[in-house]
Design a protein around this ligand. Sequence first.
Ligand SMILES: [Zn+2]
Length: 384
Amino acid sequence: MQRNVSTTVRVKLHSLTNRKADLLAREYEAFQTEVHGGDADLYSATDQQASKVQRQKDPNPGTEQPVVLRNDVFDVAYDEDTVLSSWWVKVPVYDPDKGQGNSIWCPAHVPRKDEQLVHEGNLRDSELVRRDGDWYVHLVVKRSVTVQDEYDDVLAIDMGARWVATCAFLSDRKTTFYGEEVRHIREHYKQLRKSIGKAKPRQGQQVVERIGDAEARKVDDRLHKIARQIVEDAEERNAIIVVGDLGGIRKDNDKGRYVNDKTHKMPFARLLNYIEYKAHDAGIDVQLVEEYDTSQTCNRCACEGVRATQGRFECPECGLDDNADKNGALNIGKRALGKFSKPLSEAGAVLAQPETQVIVQRDDEPANLPLLVDSTPSGGTPRL
Ligand SMILES: [Zn+2]
């Protein structure tokens, strides 16, 4: 089955002349001014994007927002005969010397593993990002992937505040909990930033920025490992991956600031991105299903249950007493299969179509099976 998917490729701009670096920095700062409600000169198409970000996200004053590059005003070119760089990105900027919009071609590094994708893919709206004083373009590339039509199992993922991902197979309910340490990394750096802000109010800002970069790298590294493990597990059992959609997990979701509070605290969108990329390379489909009600519903009898304690789900009807995140993941898997009593999501409907067949053999397991935990969590093992 062919599926159209979007992938983000991180392209680093390099060897910039002073003039180009200045124009990029000017455009970037002007964009920050606009998204925070001010007025500055920008390339006209980018100006419109800034207003849109301002309207839809209304970002907090202290935050930096990536410059949105509309797909019809930037370009990527490849020329292997150019000495300085084989790849070039054309970035639209406002040119104060000319008093109008202009474009600058910047030497760029496209990761080797992504070159084919950038050659063949269809470029969508992308982003200009500054990190550690370097410039990156996060290219969004639309591509067509071939995924299998038939699967033997469902690997359901519930993304949550405690575990970044709780993964459960529908066939035997084998469950793995991933990434509590991601939360610890984030909490650690949050404290660090707070104490530095208090101790050194003047130099604090620069130090805080560098700490932010270190945090981002650590979290990113962890997310890649988690995604790799999840996809390997799915491959081993020939399982389709279904992910509970928090209603805003997608970056391009228009809900902006009104998304579920969960999505602000953990990097779910990025994890989903990595899972999708690796899964599609392996020919495995990834489907999103609505997460609505999956944490309050009993996965065994579909009745409404209670979360008696944090992390615990109890059903007053059938007596199920299980890990709450595992219960949520199983509900997500069942919803994808159309076994859930609530209305099917769009993704569930797609799954129910004959071209995708999922054969899950066992569905009458006892409620409590041993849980597998991928690390030794310092915040306490899920109770069994
Ligand atoms: Zn029940």
